[in-house]
Design a protein around this ligand. Sequence first.
Ligand SMILES: Cc1cc2nc3c(=O)[nH]c(=O)nc-3n(C[C@H](O)[C@H](O)[C@H](O)COP(=O)(O)O)c2cc1C
Length: 470
Amino acid sequence: MSRRSLSPSEARSPKRRKLEYPPLTPDDYKNGVMLAPMVRSGALPTRLFALKHGAKLVWGPEVVDKAILHAERVVDPVTGVISYVGKSKPIFTTHPLEKPFLVYQIGSADPEIAVQAAKTVMNDVSGIDLNCGCPKPFSTHAGMGAALLSNPDLLCSILTALRAALPPDISVSAKIRLLPTQEDTLKLVERIVNTGVNCLTVHCRTRNMRPRERALVERLKEIVDFVEGMGKGIAVIENGDCVSYEDSKRIRAMTGAHSAMIATAAEANPTCFSSTPLQDLGTTFVPSYLRLCRYLGNHWGSTKFCCSQFRGSHAQSTRAEQSALHTAVAKAKDYDEVSPIVSSRWTGEEEFAQIVRAIEGRDGRTPKRVEAESSSAVQPTSVAEPSPASVTPGSDPETENKTDDRPEPVEAVKTPQCSQTPDPALLRAPLGPANDARMPIPAFVTGQDVPTPTPLPARTPSVIETATSH
Ligand SMILES: Cc1cc2nc3c(=O)[nH]c(=O)nc-3n(C[C@H](O)[C@H](O)[C@H](O)COP(=O)(O)O)c2cc1C
């Protein structure tokens, strides 16, 4: 298809695009329980399981704006997994199946770079969220995260720029923390709402509060009332200390929030979004998780780390059995070494098919087959050189040196080298023999018919596009 050149004014005005499902509106952020953004722990397989078990929307882990700009967009034609690969490692990994429900979170202190970062990934996500809550020095020293809370002009200029530059079907939202005083919080909230966001998530802790300190949810009611009084209909999501679907009802009743968002409890049990979350994760969940991870080519280090975080109540299994499982996963060096835990089928194909069916079975935002979009509908942005103010993307915003009351894993799992990036994934994933059996995902998910796959040589990226040309 020929692509006519755009005049500068056309290039600036975002176009309406043909979508396979309706764009995210404020209502889509309401009446649900959401998976919070979590570096390392919010990996693709965890997000897919959260969706399977009832999360209404899922937030990806924070990615610093500059980190994604030069990434290559790599698609695995067998599984459909999309990886944005930086100089040496994947920076962000997603799958078309989660796109209708996926909010991509940016760390930024610069409106222009934030827009470029958002445009780089916007064809693979439904919303862009600005992280205004990370209190860790690597983020705040560069003016990002919680530093934006004390620079509301910059914070709002980033949101305004995103809203102005992105196509209307890409939703924009922000995640903040409480300010020390309620008055200042309300002033900030008013400004944020006026930037045109669809949703505001309030982590009900202040910047200086530790994760183990009780969230100040009692302060949220006034904020929700205030936002409702502004009459724009935007969603307010409560975040902080919500532990389950049942708990979200209590929290929403207390605060009036439209939805609740869960981080720590979902890190421990990604099925916590269900009214009947799984117990005895060692037998009911971990084997499935391992299978899906292998199918998707999730980096073993990431898989192992996420497994090390799983906790849950056990009705059938004993604490000793749980510990034995943690130890077995912690000791394993690759997927083959956990075969005794997984025992039966070991391709992960069936787990993936179950997730596809669960997502297909949901009301509303199910991906449908669509005509390919006109390539002129969305023009790629040129990629800017990182400015001198560039910060190195870090890991674990908000939780670096985190202390909490959870028991430690039986055997400490070292963070793998690769997980210096938020979501180590596809390319260096060990593609064991079982992956040769991976089947193509259905066309309704990918939007394209995939020919019968030829088994891939291990470690070989199959389809590479530059991120900016897609
Ligand atoms: C492992 C982990 C990683 C996190 N990474 C992010 C992040 O990337 N972006 C963000 O805005 N918050 C991040 N957070 C903070 C959570 O999203 C959430 O605001 C906080 O944990 C409070 O929710 P909770 O009480 O349900 O844990 C992270 C939290 C955890 C536990």
